[in-house]
Design a protein. Sequence first.
Length: 269
Amino acid sequence: MYEQERHRIILSAVQERPVASVVDLCDLTGVSEATIRRDIATLHVQKKLRRVRGGAEALSPPQFVGLAGRPFAVNQTIRIKQKQAIARAAVDLCEDGDPIIINGGTTTFQMVHPLATRRMQVFTNSFPIAEHLLHHSKNTVMLSGGVIYREQNIILSPFENDVTRNFYARRMFMSAQGLGPLGLMEADPLLIQAEQKLIGQADELIVLVDSSKFKARSSLILCPLARIHTVITDDGISDKTAAMLDAAEIRLIVAESAASRLQEDEAAS
């Protein structure tokens, strides 16, 4: 990641929370602590933030605290081929007329392209998913109510009396920060609260995660493995992880990306 992009993410992070720690910023940018400390020092000298012990804070404290996690625009560029393959496999599970829930995320966002030719009832808390389906498909689209969090492009409400409780879905498709033996993991309590309400409205929970998410961890558990019906991932999944999902009686679908198929064809020729 280039320095300019890192600086944009760091400045965005310090505007969203009282203090952004070095560890948090490493997770957001994917670079080392040494690099983050240099970036903070540079931005401190430029009077764009204030360096504090273990991290940085905004020069003007944020009036509205955002969500923890990497911005949508950054995540969207990471492992894109794998995400596209996973999304295609997810849409293959759907039939026209199905009521489904699609949770906000960069992997689930890739479902909008194969959904363009479908006619389904889609409930989502993702502004970009709703906007794309509205302009490029015949699907019926329903949005949840609440606040739009710009960095993640997601709509969340802390209240119980939102429209979530009025929609039933055959399946819910969602991505997450991590997936491990304890279950599905996310980084923000508000996000977990909203997602748990959505999960309760669907018969089946389908989790879309690229293979790197099996190594990611968070301190917050969204739901246990027992609640997950199907996991769709890419062919980078390890045998150990596949065995973990099998032991939990979770259906595993491995989506092969176009790049992987091309390599196999070249090897066979």
